[in-house]
Ligand binder design. Structure first.
Ligand SMILES: [Zn+2]
Length: 252
């Protein structure tokens, strides 16, 4: 069976099994180790026990999976492993931030498709990411950290939550323009992607123009995309200072 690849949009390609979380993550753990997997969104909350990081979906073609996506994974693996599974300090330069941001954006797009349900990130984001193979300016990424990620139900090693933002604040001067864009399908979505000790806050939009998207506390979440400055990692406060993963998800 062949379908259209979600990234390159080519038809007639045999789609390959892509790990929702990269296979090298499971290599860090005992392969038979079971853990709690969790995904949630407005209309669905699913928690299941299974082999860690072995959830796979058929969404992308072999050329994408074994080409640019594989290059992306191998380029970010060492840094992401250290961020997610140690509490080591890092100087996050522009290059490091760009690698992580692209990985986070790609993973959020895959996670959203992998889960099924009511909210779907529009196809344009996939097409733009594929065309650019660079972090998209219209998907903001910031990162924070948590002290506790032990694989329990309350502290899953990996979790993903996404929702569409219901109301949009705009400056008065651009309100009419904004309204017409929203009427023709423009939207904002926000997601939390947690992987081990690192927690990403992601906000995507296909609305043009200046927007006030509720930003998170910079003492906890450091913005890495769009890049603005080199960072000394970790940030000042862990997310436990406002109540941990559950509280962060409620706040988005
Ligand atoms: Zn493809």
């Amino acid at each position: 069976m062949s379908r259209v690849c979600v990234f390159c949009r080519r038809e007639g390609q045999k789609l390959t099994l892509e790990h929702v979380y990269p296979d090298w993550l499971s290599g860090l753990f005992n392969k038979s180790l079971k853990g709690i997997n969790e995904v949630s969104r407005d209309d669905l909350h699913r928690v299941w026990q299974g082999k860690l990081f072995q959830h796979k979906v058929k969404l992308v073609c072999g050329d994408c999976n074994n080409g640019w996506m594989s290059t992306l994974e191998s380029g970010v693996k060492d840094l992401l492993t250290s961020l997610a599974f140690t509490h080591d300090g890092h100087a996050l330069t522009e290059e490091g931030q760009r690698k992580i941001s692209l990985w986070v954006q790609k993973t959020a797009l895959i996670d959203n498709k992998a889960l099924g349900g009511a909210f779907e990130i529009p196809a344009s984001f996939y097409e733009e990411l594929y065309a650019a193979k660079q972090p998209l300016q219209n998907i903001m990424v910031s990162m924070g950290w948590r002290m506790l990620a032990n694989g329990s139900k309350a502290q899953p090693l990996a979790s993903f939550e996404i929702k569409q933002v219901g109301s949009v604040q705009a400056e008065k001067s651009s309100a009419d323009v904004l309204k017409s864009q929203v009427d023709s399908g423009a939207l904002i979505w926000t997601a939390i992607l947690a992987l081990g000790n690192v927690v990403f806050h992601i906000v995507g939009t296909n609305i043009n123009g200046h927007l006030e998207v509720g930003s998170s506390d910079p003492r906890m979440f450091a913005q890495i995309n769009p890049y603005h400055t080199d960072l000394s990692w970790p940030s000042e406060w862990p997310i436990e200072s406002i109540g941990g993963l559950e509280a962060v998800r409620k706040a988005i």
